[in-house]
Design a protein around this ligand. Structure first.
Ligand SMILES: NC(=O)c1ccc[n+]([C@@H]2O[C@H](COP(=O)([O-])OP(=O)(O)OC[C@H]3O[C@@H](n4cnc5c(N)ncnc54)[C@H](O)[C@@H]3O)[C@@H](O)[C@H]2O)c1
Length: 339
């Protein structure tokens, strides 16, 4: 009775194409459609939280367990185990660290342990890019990214695939050094894009076609009255935008509504808790739009609110692609699980 596990570290994952955004978008689109067709098992996140209040999470951190099974061409089970140490920056470490374990859906045995840190930023960038493709106005040219951390570069990369018309980028972060570091990266990578680091989020919002929030905010910093006609406001993390942004929206779109409610940290989830939003107020999940069951943006004047909380099946899809390539090309380190 033998069983092996393939170990894939960050460098090997890069060699296997984890940083290919077009591929990540393709994986994430397929995962959304499989979800819309019921070909996944995707229970809610289990949160291991330190501290006594949700605000404590921003000091003491958490580890989230996100298990899932994804069918279709992936046919793979597994779990994303994501640690968040908000104070890690003081030790020169990234806030988030991700381990993905893949399990054979037949035997349920583990077959792969992979560094999923890049997987996570790639698939979250891909989710943002897909939302922009379906929900941003056609010729969107001005974007604001709030939160210039690990997610920001991949949000921008995917946004530019979805809307190459973006020419101007506002960068807003409570830590100005992070905003400036991200600006340098953008200037090096995309010299054609004009960048503005700003602490005036109202002005940036008023000018932007796309406002993409990837912060750690637990207090909203964007007001709905600032949103211009045709704008898309993306709440990719917690309580980042005010209730008025959702009230202003002609369409409310989410990645997974049950997960949004289960996680209960984003603006639209809190409004549902407070009885201000009903299930029927949600226009669509992304998978329903991708599979043609619901409409995408219908004109250039609609204000659209989008919220993503993510799901382990997205990470499992991307990691499975890399794992299958590793098996085909002999990359990675085989570990003997049972000898
Ligand atoms: N929706 C998803 O699927 C998904 C996936 C991964 C991460 N996330 C979320 O995205 C967020 C960002 O992740 P990351 O890995 O880039 O984190 P990070 O710690 O690397 O960066 C976060 C950045 O936000 C800034 N920030 C914090 N509070 C702010 C505020 N109130 N206003 C403006 N800027 C603020 C920080 O200074 C930092 O630069 C996290 O909340 C994370 O949980 C969502």
């Amino acid at each position: 009775m033998n069983a092996d596990i393939l170990f894939l570290n960050n460098k090997t994952m890069e060699e296997l194409g984890v940083l290919d955004m077009q591929q990540a978008i393709s994986d994430v689109e397929k995962a959304y459609v499989l979800n819309a067709n019921g070909d996944v098992i995707s229970p809610g996140k289990c949160v291991l939280r330190w501290g006594k209040t949700p605000e404590d999470e921003n000091i003491y951190g958490r580890i989230n367990a996100m298990p899932g099974y994804i069918g279709g061409e992936y046919d793979m089970a597994g779990i994303k185990w994501i640690g968040s140490g908000p104070m890690n920056y003081k030790k020169g470490l990234p806030r988030a660290s991700v381990t993905v374990i893949l399990n054979d859906p037949d035997t349920k045995l583990p077959v792969c342990i992979a560094d999923g840190t890049a997987v996570s930023t790639m698939r979250t960038g891909a989710s943002g890019g897909i939302a922009i493709k379906l929900l941003a106005k056609s010729n969107a040219s001005v974007m604001t990214i709030c939160g210039a951390g690990a997610q920001a570069p991949k949000q921008l990369e995917a946004a530019l695939i979805a809307r190459p018309s973006i020419r101007e980028l506002y960068i807003y972060d409570i830590r100005p050094e992070n905003a400036r570091r991200f600006e340098e990266t953008v200037n090096r990578t995309y010299p054609g894009i004009k960048t503005v680091v700003t602490d005036n989020i109202e002005e940036a919002t008023r000018r932007s076609d796309i406002i993409d929030c990837v912060t750690l905010a637990a207090e909203p910093f964007i007001d709905g009255s600032w949103l211009k006609p045709g704008s898309l406001v993306m709440n990719m993390a917690d309580f980042e935008v005010s209730y008025s942004c959702v009230e202003r929206a002609d369409k409310i779109v989410v990645d997974y509504w049950e997960s949004v409610k289960h996680r209960m940290i984003s603006t639209v989830a809190l409004m549902w808790r407070d009885g201000l939003i009903k299930d029927s107020d949600i226009h669509a999940e992304l998978g329903q739009i991708l599979s043609g069951m619901k409409a995408k943006r219908e004109n250039d004047d609609e204000v659209i609110y989008f919220n993503a909380v993510g799901a382990g099946i997205l990470d499992i899809a991307v990691t499975t692609r890399c794992y299958r390539k590793a098996m085909a090309t002999g990359k990675g380190v085989k570990l003997s699980f049972w000898e």
